[in-house]
Design a protein around this ligand. Sequence first.
Ligand code: PRT
Ligand code: MG
Length: 214
Amino acid sequence: MTRPLTIALSKGRILEQTLPLFAQAGIEPETDPDSSRRLILPTNRPDVRFVIVRAADVPTYVQYGGADIGVAGKDVLLEHGGEGLYEPVDLGIAACRLMLAGPAGGGGGPVGRARVATKYIRITHDWFAAQGRQVEIIKLYGSMELAPLVGLADWIVDLVDTGNTLRANGLEPYETIADITSRLIVNKAAMKTRNAEVRGMIDAIGEAVAAPTE
Ligand code: PRT
Ligand code: MG
């Protein structure tokens, strides 16, 4: 028997908004992913399983075929680069913006070369380079909002939804770098070797996204 079609998901806000789409497509995990410690979750369909990975690892699993399909934020996909992946469906969920932000009323910024703290070093580098702006990029893994408050950086590049986190820390958004939603991604080889199954899943999820929700 061939291995079940393997779908990589991450816990947290993406999982919460993705499971209803898969449920509409007739696929439901047999154990609750939020409470379970299992990393491989069988579903009601013996030919389909979920695997639970870190959000930033989803493209890597799908690129190398550890999973055939995945759901990842566009932020994560841009940072990964998208090698070996198709991105056939915009799920429209977990929407936010990737933004340059800094101190409220921060004026023109620093006199010299600005320091920018972010976990999105590739996106940040490319965005500033495209404008011919020279900045020093500092890699962080979280809590970017703290960096300007303690003088670690002048600016940050981070996701913004309501803007509450920025405001609560005396920061404000300056410029939008990218509009973000989550995407269905597919391993390029699986698209060929398991075409019927993969196409079926893309179509079912596409229909679930298009269907009106209650
Ligand atoms: O937890 P882990 O380290 O494994 O990964 P993660 O923290 O990246 O996962 P998770 O579940 O928090 O986020 C996964 C994805 O959700 C991101 O890659 C985005 O595509 C999407 N998403 C949508 C968001 C947000 N909205 C968001 N607002 N991810 C994070 N945030 C954070 C943001 O970083 C900031 O700290 O929320 C804060 C801002 O929110 P507001 O409403 O205060 O503006
Ligand atoms: Mg998190």
